[in-house]
Write a protein that binds this ligand. Structure first.
Ligand SMILES: Cc1ncc(COP(=O)(O)O)c(C=O)c1O
Length: 433
């Protein structure tokens, strides 16, 4: 129920636009890709969020990934409450941060040492500097449509918000900063091999989302990640897995552990902060020891290892390990994907569902999205209509075709039935819609 004294989303957005660029603190929230007014959220509980307009929505965005346990999970909230009562920040060492680092190491054996930071972007920034410092080389190879946060040098053909805004890169990034960044199509090992041959001993690292999540969901084709591992090892470059989305998303560990490929450095974020600002970079001790104060690669942070964020992350990971909800989450996502497989696609609708574990994307194009160029063939206007149709029916999706839907441990079979029921009403198998 909307209270009479609560401003509506439209009224709040109008106010926000006066004092915040685009009315938002992160571009994709502005609904530019789907049109309309962003929904302002008052609170969340389990699989539901409640808007300023008094609406209850089933949330498939999950704060863009961190909320694998759903909103306001009792144990996480209690851990945060207890930590906050003891002090919000010390800028000094705490036992909890050691516990979190130990837990990460226990779940990810190749993460021999870890540094906690405040966001995924910071983790990536640190990993890139570390890779350059360790190898003494300058060039970084990334993939088109791979998003690694908003650090200058990786805003080259970046996906996510940048993609939907229709800009290939960002203003304000000097040419020199991106001059040492090579860009290859995702899933294209031949292109990588070519670049690695050409720049042979100049490449410090390849950075990759092992499962791409910022051009919509695009899993790696068989052999792709293995090939990257081999090419980097052969050329003395580091392999960096950006697991900011996939860390603890597909199992109580990283995707690297699950698929048996050992990167040199791993970046984490989202879930390991349980909904609080948190990131981490970790990997082989030999490399991590190059970080200050042991080594010459500088990195620091006033709020790094913040006790409240650490409490949220630790409690989230402990619940995930104790309850192991991954099979149930994956089963629910598969129900969505099977539904598309059996129904929409068989009716020759140009839409399909990419799925892995509890992650999925409804692509409005034919099957076989392997990289950004494929994803760009999607009918984004149809996605926008689908998005608003779902919103009208009480389902909150990411406001862009090029993002991932997340299922949490709090989603129920009924939530999935609601999702499919609404989808069925909007997409009745008519390709012209
Ligand atoms: C794969 C990936 N890496 C890095 C980031 C940046 O993380 P943050 O937004 O916490 O800075 C994101 C954000 O969505 C991401 O999806």
């Amino acid at each position: 129920m909307k209270h009479a004294d609560t401003p509506s989303s439209a009224a709040l957005f109008k106010r926000a636009c006066r004092v915040m660029p685009g009315g938002v603190n992160s571009p994709v929230r502005a609904f530019k890709a789907v049109g309309g007014t962003p929904v302002f959220i008052e609170r969340g509980r389990g699989s539901r969020i409640y808007s300023a307009d008094g609406r209850e929505l089933i949330d498939f965005c999950g704060s863009w990934g961190p909320l694998i346990l759903g909103h306001a999970h009792n144990k996480v909230v209690e851990a945060v409450r207890m930590a906050a009562a003891k002090g919000l920040s010390f800028g000094a060492c705490t036992r909890a941060e050691v516990e979190l680092a130990e837990l990460l190491r226990a779940r990810i054996p190749y993460l021999e040492m870890v540094r906690l930071v405040n966001s995924g972007t910071e983790a990536i920034m640190t990993a890139i500097r570390l890779a350059r410092g360790f190898t003494g080389r300058k060039k970084i190879l990334k993939f088109d449509g791979g998003y690694h946060g908003h650090m200058d040098c990786l805003l080259v053909s970046a996906g996510s918000g940048l993609l939907t805004s229709g800009i290939a890169s960002s203003a304000g990034v000097p040419e020199g900063v991106v001059a040492d960044v090579l860009v290859a199509p995702y899933n294209d090992l031949d292109a990588v091999a070519l670049l690695m041959k050409k720049y042979s001993h100049d490449v410090a690292a390849i950075i990759v989302e092992p499962v791409a999540g910022n051009m919509g969901l695009v899993p790696p084709v068989p052999g792709f990640l293995e090939g990257l591992r081999k090419l980097t090892a052969d050329k003395g470059a580091l392999l960096i897995f950006d697991e900011v989305i996939t860390g603890f998303r597909l199992g109580p560990t990283t995707y690297g552990v699950l698929c048996g490929i050992k990167p040199d450095l791993t970046c984490l974020g989202k879930i390991i902060g349980g909904g609080m600002p948190m990131g981490a970079v970790g990997g082989l001790a030999e490399i991590m020891k190059r970080l200050a104060p042991l080594g010459a690669v500088y990195q620091a942070g006033t709020l790094s290892g913040n006790p409240v964020a650490v409490a949220a992350g630790l409690s989230t990971l402990k619940v995930l390990i104790a309850e192991n909800p991954y099979a149930a989450i994956a089963r629910r996502a598969k129900k969505v994907s099977d539904w598309f497989e059996n129904r929409m696609f068989s009716k020759r609708l140009k839409a399909h569902c990419a799925n892995i574990g509890g992650m999925f994307t409804i692509f409005f194009c034919e099957r076989g999205v392997r990289n950004l160029a494929d994803a760009k063939r999607c009918d984004t206007r149809r996605y926008a209509r689908y998005f608003h149709g779902m919103l009208e029916r009480g389902i909150y999706l990411p406001p862009s075709q090029f993002e991932v839907c997340f299922i949490s441990a709090a989603h129920t079979d009924e939530d999935i039935d609601c999702f499919l029921g609404a989808t069925g009403e909007i997409l009745p198998g008519n390709a012209s819609r």
